[in-house]
Design a protein around this ligand. Structure first.
Ligand SMILES: Nc1ncnc2c1ncn2[C@@H]1O[C@H](COP(=O)(O)OP(=O)(O)O)[C@@H](O)[C@H]1O
Ligand SMILES: NC(=O)OP(=O)(O)O
Length: 307
């Protein structure tokens, strides 16, 4: 029987600029096609922070030269879903055709509901866009935006609220149930606030790992697969004695998080999403590994499995 797998592609699997994206996605679709050939039904999601930064910078340069206002973050996020989604959908389609497999691959521009009272709105953590001068940083602050000092200047930071629901989930599930390959929730999805008659965009970037977990739950996936820059999760990462782990129970993973074992923006969201996903239904598993080890990891011969 086919296993339904939500595959979340990180920076290593999608690249951080145009030339890198072309090469990285080209390599990643081979892995995705291998997964399909071994009987996985795929729902794909991906990173976008570098891409959204590029789009934001480009549109703000345009705004400066044309005396118009800066691009809303929601538009930048939607463009990043198209920018990365298009490459995956085009290259995966070609890779499958080369292997004699015809399967439609489509990208769903995805919005996620966030809570207007999410504490994250008061503690922005996601760094985006180019390096700003002191004057530009001051201008951003005058507009109510947040900046952080970095080497060489300042950068804008935005809030990263938790995803509560996926607006287009019925469309995504209709495609999944029709046996099609779907790319959804790219860059964590476009955050929106639910109002009585509309969805109001929020100036934020949702953590894609948490949206991947939500997507896996709402598509009733069997496996949540994170394809990141390392083969395995390590305990004491960054120390002189890192300990790669093959397997963690949800309870062990929860305890590690409580001990502050994982960094807030790199590994922690993958662990949190994995624990949430596997805790909601028996028989599920989450796997964290590199694209190169994906097949072996699904066989339990590599990666870190949380179950
Ligand atoms: N405990 C850990 N175990 C392994 N890698 C870790 C750990 N903590 C941080 N990392 C680093 O974090 C990276 C994953 O974070 P990031 O690159 O932001 O994710 P993504 O692949 O989703 O873009 C890994 O490639 C590794 O370099
Ligand atoms: N949206 C998001 O979490 O993107 P990254 O994985 O690129 O940080």
């Amino acid at each position: 029987m086919e296993k339904r797998v939500v595959a979340a592609l990180g920076h290593h699997a999608v690249g951080t600029n145009f030339p890198e994206q072309y090469k990285a996605v080209h390599a990643s679709v081979k892995v995705l096609a291998d997964l399909i050939e071994t009987g996985c039904q795929l729902v794909i999601t991906h990173s976008n922070a570098p891409q959204v930064g590029m789009i934001h910078t480009a549109l703000n340069e345009y705004a400066k030269n044309h005396e118009t206002y800066n691009a809303p973050m929601s538009l930048c996020s939607s463009m990043s879903q198209g920018l990365v989604g298009y490459d995956i959908q085009n290259m995966l389609h070609s890779e499958l055709m080369d292997r004699g497999i015809y399967r439609t691959v489509s990208t769903v521009i995805t919005q996620v509901i966030v809570d207007p009272y999410d504490e994250a709105f008061y503690h922005p953590v996601k760094v985006i866009g180019r390096i700003l001068t002191k004057e530009e940083a001051q201008e951003e602050e005058n507009k109510g935006n947040y900046v952080v000092e970095v080497e060489g200047g300042y950068r804008r930071i935005v809030a990263s609220p938790k995803p509560i629901d996926i607006v287009e989930i019925d469309a995504i599930n209709a495609l999944v149930q029709a046996g099609q390959i779907v790319i959804a929730g790219g860059g964590g999805g476009i955050p929106v606030l639910k109002q009585p008659h509309r969805l109001k965009s929020a100036s934020a970037i949702v953590e894609k790992d948490l949206t991947a977990g939500k997507l896996a739950d709402l598509t009733d996936a069997d496996i949540l697969l994170f394809l990141t820059g390392v083969d395995q999760v390590s305990l004491h990462y960054g120390s002189s004695h890192p300990e790669p782990v093959d397997h963690l129970s949800a309870a062990q993973a929860r305890a590690c998080m409580a001990d502050g074992e994982f960094d807030e923006t790199g590994m922690q969201p993958k662990i949190e999403a994995s624990v949430n996903f596997v805790s909601q239904k028996a028989g599920r598993k989450a796997v964290i590994t590199s694209p190169e080890k994906a097949l072996a990891a699904l066989r339990g011969e590599a990666g870190t499995t949380i179950q």
